[in-house]
Design a protein around this ligand. Sequence first.
Ligand code: ADP
Ligand code: MG
Length: 389
Amino acid sequence: MNLHEYQAKALLRDAAVAVPEGRVIRAIEDVAPALEALGDGPWVMKVQVHAGGRGKAGGVRRVKSIDEARAFADGWLGRRLVTIQTGAAGLPVDVLYIEPATAIARELYLSLIIDRATSKVTFIASDAGGMDIEEVAETTPGRIHALSVHPAAGLMPYHARKLAFALGLSGDAAKAFGPMLKGLYEVFTRKDASMLEINPLAVTEAGELIALDCKFVLDSSAGYRQPAIMAMRDEAQEDPREREAGKHSLNYVTLDGDIACMVNGAGLAMATMDLIQLEGGTPANFLDVGGGATAERVAEAFKLILSDSKVRAILINIFGGIVRCDLIAEGILQAVREVDLRLPLVVRLEGTNAEQGRAMLAHSGLAIIAETDLTRAAQAAVRAAQGDI
Ligand code: ADP
Ligand code: MG
């Protein structure tokens, strides 16, 4: 689960990590009191959405007067911001953040992630921070440094020295870096983050260190013990289908293609998506209905898939290990009748009671393409999406 920048910065502030003072703006009327509270300008106004790339998309602006600030708020509140990270539909802009403009001398990059290869919390740092960090990673990966923290030993002074050196810090900034690192490590571990990113971490013209942007991602599995963070959830920023799926314990991720997939088991879902791609199609989603799929869950999953107007064909691939294929067939038939299906539907059932399930589909009188072979099922789905069936 993502937080907004202003929420993430509040966590940093609580851990004594330097961030600018800021104010949240939800309506034009909030602009004047915010500027008054912050004192003299110029200020920087920032659209709050769960995505980066806001600067390049016009969602971050330096403003020098209350009129400019009002114009920015008027232009963005209630609209949607499209950035390189949001997809074409963009994300709704309900909140803006305003803070004093910092006089930046250098922009650095610093983040914490859990490195799955080493199973350790790992700092990633670069002296080339700011809005082009993705390009730096691609063209000059040598400018990106990684350093893991041993979970038993925790953060050690040498971590700070090594990273400060990699970032080219000196003087006051180098001195402030150790405590800042400690604060970030504390936020990351105590708040169960799966990623915490400061980009840019600015060195000011006065030689101070300050976090100008912050991204915080909560490890959702730890949500039960982080009620304060869960309370910051902004559902408006989440994909409505993914949100709906969560309510029915379905694992769903929206993708760009036009072939909807419904599969039981994450591994099988990945393999199914790979096969669609191999056959020249593109998946519209990842959907794992789980090992213990019931007829009701299959029906819910079906509705979810059909709520996506991009979908031109559906491929259901169920392996009946724990679940019985006849139950799945029942769920499919129930859902197809309920939703008045007009899209081509390819079903591959295999495993326990597969024959029974296939027979139920065949005798249903519905135009379902039943397959036993996965490759053939993928081929049929790709052809169907192209209008060839
Ligand atoms: P995003 O990463 O979504 O583009 P950022 O918050 O990183 O958004 O802002 C983009 C750029 O705007 C930063 O790289 C920095 O140059 C500038 N910026 C952001 N906040 C401030 C600030 N408080 N003062 C001065 N410049 C800022
Ligand atoms: Mg940024």
